[in-house]
Write a protein that binds this ligand. Structure first.
Ligand code: CP3
Length: 342
């Protein structure tokens, strides 16, 4: 890693070192809120776009060029490694991932083999091109966490209550553990491939794990997220752990071994710092819906996030979840400037 990259505000904040200013990037910063994204994506299916390095590079660069954010996030999706090992799935616009044959028995679990670099050559290629093109801006690689991937695979698509997922977790714990074990291997493989191609940080998205209570997290999820973070320790890249609705799980998310814990908008950062405990940086946590309000409101709320974030040992400004498709890009441009000059 070049030294200018190591001194970037984003990587310094992740490592809980002093920063010249609070760094900022946004989950889903590339995507439907950007007219330039809608233009290049027109006529190409989401998963085809993810497998086309030139497109991946162009889309990943779009928010960096438009907003001057302090980190880029690799344009891909959490289901890309599953599709790459042969799971029959698609991403339906406005819906999300849809799986043709939901996994609910041992035979289904047995179809999930480890991910090899040769399964996703387009990922290594796009990451390597991006690292060159980004120059002084760190690239964040990412993967879906086992619980969130398990939910899509078991339910067959997006789910409000994760009924089938919990039915397996509570009713067939051996099957659950076998599934989580295989998904852990796949996730770890996907993250290592991105880091080895040059990603400067890695984020694990456990978007839907907030559906689980703490004791169950400890029994049914923590062994796997811990194995993932431990399996990345030798890479010397900051590891970020994020989920939605995880207020009661923040301590456990930290315990799993990440360097940075992502916080949704429901828990103020000063309170989150207490729950996560010492030795972690925090990322977050402006409610993405605030960006739909007039700029004065955004500014006031963003200042509050920045003030509360001072309590953390390191703070990376972000939204509490992804940019909403209806967001005006000019609001994000102003917010980026506001955070960077605060
Ligand atoms: O953050 C970024 O800008 C990087 C790209 C990224 C995408 N998906 C691109 C995408 C990332 C990090 C993801 C992760 C992802 N995918 C998560 C975890 C993050 C989160 O939001 O909680 C989840 C749960 C998924 C599954 C998924 N894929 C959903 C729910 C959707 C949206 C479906 C829809 O149309 O509303 C997708 C598709 C998807 N992934 C889009 C993008 C830009 C939209 C595709 C399009 O433009 O049609």
């Amino acid at each position: 890693m070049n030294s200018q990259l190591a001194d970037s505000p984003f990587l310094l904040a992740c490592r809980r070192r002093p920063v010249p200013r609070t760094p900022v990037w946004y989950m889903r910063q590339a995507g439907r809120s950007l007219p330039e994204y809608r233009k290049v994506r027109a006529g190409t299916a989401m998963l085809d776009a993810c497998a086309t390095p030139d497109l991946v590079v162009e889309i990943t660069m779009q928010p960096v060029l438009r907003y001057g954010v302090d980190a880029a996030i690799f344009f891909s999706d959490i289901v890309v490694p599953l599709r790459a090992i042969g799971v029959d799935l698609d991403i339906k616009p406005g819906v999300g991932p849809v799986v043709a044959d939901p996994i609910r028995d041992a035979a289904g679990v047995a179809t999930l083999r480890p991910l090899e670099p040769d399964d996703v050559p387009y990922v290594s290629e796009a990451v390597a091109s991006l690292v060159k093109e980004l120059d002084r801006v760190p690239l964040i690689g990412f993967a879906g966490a086992p619980f969130t991937l398990a939910s899509y695979l078991i339910e067959g698509g997006p789910s409000k209550n994760h009924d089938h997922t919990k039915a397996m977790m509570y009713g067939a714990p051996e099957l659950w553990h076998a599934l989580m074990d295989r998904l852990t291997t796949i996730t770890l493989g996907f993250l290592r491939i991105q880091a080895e191609a040059g990603a400067a940080a890695l984020q694990l998205f456990d978007s839907w794990v907030g559906a689980v209570e703490p004791d169950d997290y400890r029994t049914f999820v923590l062994p796997y997220t811990s194995r993932i973070f431990a399996g990345l320790a030798d890479l010397d890249v900051p590891r970020i752990h994020f989920g939605v609705g995880t207020g009661e799980l923040l301590g456990l998310l930290g315990e799993a071994g990440a360097d940075v814990v992502g916080v949704d908008w429901r828990v103020p950062l000063d309170e989150a710092a207490l729950r996560v405990g010492a030795g972690k940086a925090l990322q977050g946590n402006l409610d993405p819906a605030v960006l739909l309000a007039p700029w004065e409101v955004v500014q006031e709320r963003a200042a509050k996030v920045l003030e509360r974030g001072r309590v953390a040992e390191g703070h990376v400004f972000n939204l509490g979840h992804g940019v909403l498709p209806g967001t005006d890009p000019d609001q994000l441009a102003r917010l980026t400037e506001f955070v960077q000059s605060y």
